[in-house]
Design a protein around this ligand. Structure first.
Ligand code: 5GP
Length: 191
């Protein structure tokens, strides 16, 4: 997505060879018009996938997911990050390792918001090692539902997330694919 790549080049900052900061339009301040355009792109890619619900992971996935859900006229659910296990049988939970915080959390979904007929599109802001997306997919599949796609705003293609998710057979649409990150260097995969 050209407009997104231009914005990343203009305002993104590589904190290291592995972490990109895009606080000015995605992770802290949110450019709602850009989020709308991102929603249009995901809609274009996924509109014939028979999606019934859009899931995201709190908190930076919410903005792109809400626009996509609005444009596709679908319900949206935010998966919650809890610090401890809930043992009441009303939720699905799975442990996920956070790339940015280097700690674990319990990704949590209430059983009220999924059923076995659902075909779910998972949307997240970044794809690095694939832990967050894999965790979301585990919850969907534990409920007997299907993961019908994964939409990523910024994929760091030099990290293994995409390969891991593709091996599991998921259909992934990433709107910007970064091939190299370093101080003052942000390069994209030519598509
Ligand atoms: P993964 O689970 O694929 O290893 O990492 C994805 C999650 O970690 C995303 O939900 C995102 O919040 C966070 N993340 C991974 N890499 C980056 C990055 O370079 N910048 C920012 N801002 N977040 C990242």
């Amino acid at each position: 997505m050209k407009k997104l790549e231009e914005r990343i080049l203009k305002e993104g900052r590589a904190l290291s060879k592995e972490v990109l900061k895009v606080d000015s339009f995605l992770n802290h301040a949110v450019d709602t018009k850009l989020m709308y355009d991102i929603g249009e792109e995901f809609k274009k890619y996924f509109e014939n996938h028979n999606i019934t619900k859009i899931f995201t992971i709190e908190s930076s996935g919410i903005a792109p997911a809400v626009m996509t859900a609005f444009l596709m006229d679908l319900p949206m659910v935010t998966l919650k990050k809890k610090t401890s296990k809930i043992l009441n049988g009303e939720v699905y939970q799975t442990t996920v390792h956070s790339f940015t915080k280097d700690s674990d959390y319990e990704l949590t979904l209430s059983k009220d918001y999924i059923n076995s007929n659902d075909k779910v599109l998972i949307i997240d802001d970044f794809l690095a090692n694939g832990e967050a997306a894999k965790g979301a997919a585990r919850l969907v599949e534990e409920a007997g539902a299907k993961v019908s796609g994964i939409g990523i705003v910024i994929e760091k293609s030099f990290q293994p997330g995409r390969e891991i998710l593709e091996e599991k057979g998921y259909d992934i649409c990433s709107l910007a694919r970064i091939s190299k990150l370093d101080k003052d260097v942000i390069e994209f995969i030519e598509e």
